[in-house]
Design a protein around this ligand. Structure first.
Ligand SMILES: NC(=O)c1ccc[n+]([C@@H]2O[C@H](COP(=O)([O-])OP(=O)(O)OC[C@H]3O[C@@H](n4cnc5c(N)ncnc54)[C@H](O)[C@@H]3O)[C@@H](O)[C@H]2O)c1
Length: 261
């Protein structure tokens, strides 16, 4: 019988991209708190990342770091190889790194469009593909999780390239779920709402128009605690979700229930 207890991730070897960002660091804390072994990845240089991880008190026994730029296939492959050599296997790849660019669609420049799609969609694909290849070679069952967003299905003003990248991610997730099920690899996504750390909080703090819209857009009435995203990731990493594949776990405080703009 599947369980979802405090030690439910004890046997899990997990890699996460964007692991030092606002939401990422809370996810890492939660994964470690449930006894997983975690390979944290981000674009930050090794020395800077090690200092941050040391300050957070993340145990070096259960946690290590690999610098990788998700836009580069060689980095994605090196990241997966690092998980295999560090932990002797890889159970879960959490494709979490992402960026946003906030501007009206008529002002979006070609390089801005390309950057968003490169990190959010191509980067997620490269890491997921490298992870799935390793899982299949190892003959293990596998688990791939994407961090999408409620805006994968809802057009929210001034972040259209970002929404496009997350919509693309939804189909990437569903396509991979369908193709990889026969290898015993499940593929799902978590879709957060307007989270009180990271990119949404930066927009909340610096863009009055965004804040006015966001204040009216959350039916539950307050910004999303990052722990709620982390709990959804713990669930998707655990055997409690073992019959889920091809699904988006929407954890958005109701943002996607109705358009509020
Ligand atoms: N904050 C929100 O409200 C919210 C809502 C829904 C979904 N999300 C998603 O959650 C994820 C994390 O967002 P966040 O709000 O914590 O933002 P954040 O900016 O705090 O974290 C993003 C992380 O991704 C890393 N990153 C950026 N480019 C990279 C690259 N090329 N290679 C590797 N790492 C790279 C950054 O260094 C950073 O640590 C993103 O995928 C985002 O789209 C966020």
């Amino acid at each position: 019988m599947a369980t979802f207890g405090p030690d439910c991730l004890r046997s899990q070897k997990i890699l996460i991209t964007g692991g030092l960002g606002g939401i990422g660091e809370v996810i890492v804390e939660r994964l470690l708190g449930h006894s997983a072994r975690v390979l944290v990845s981000d674009i930050l240089p090794e020395a800077e990342a090690s200092k941050l991880m040391h300050q957070k008190g993340w145990s070096q026994d259960r946690c290590c770091y690999c610098q990788a730029d998700v836009r580069k296939s060689l980095d994605a492959q090196r990241l997966v190889e690092t998980a295999l050599t560090s932990f002797g296997g890889l159970d879960v790849a959490l494709c979490h790194a992402g960026i946003v660019c906030s501007k009206p669609i008529l002002s979006v420049q070609e390089d801005e469009w390309a950057a968003i799609l490169d990190v959010n969609l191509k980067g997620a694909f490269l890491v997921a593909q490298a992870a799935a290849g390793a899982m299949i070679r190892d003959g293990r069952r596998g688990n791939i999780i994407f961090t999408s967003s409620w805006v994968q299905d809802v057009p929210w003003p001034e972040i259209t390239p970002y929404s496009v990248s997350k919509s693309g991610m939804k189909m990437l997730m569903r396509g991979m779920a369908r193709e990889l099920a026969s290898y015993n690899i499940r593929v799902n996504a978590v879709a957060p709402g307007i989270v009180a750390v990271g990119m949404a909080k930066r927009q909340w703090d610096t863009e009055p128009g965004y804040r006015r819209r966001a204040e009216r857009a959350i039916p539950l009435g307050y910004m999303q605690p990052p722990e709620s995203v982390a709990d959804a990731c713990v669930f998707l990493c655990s055997d409690a979700s073992s019959y889920m594949t091809g699904a988006t776990l929407l954890v958005d405080g109701g943002c996607s229930l109705y358009p509020m703009d």
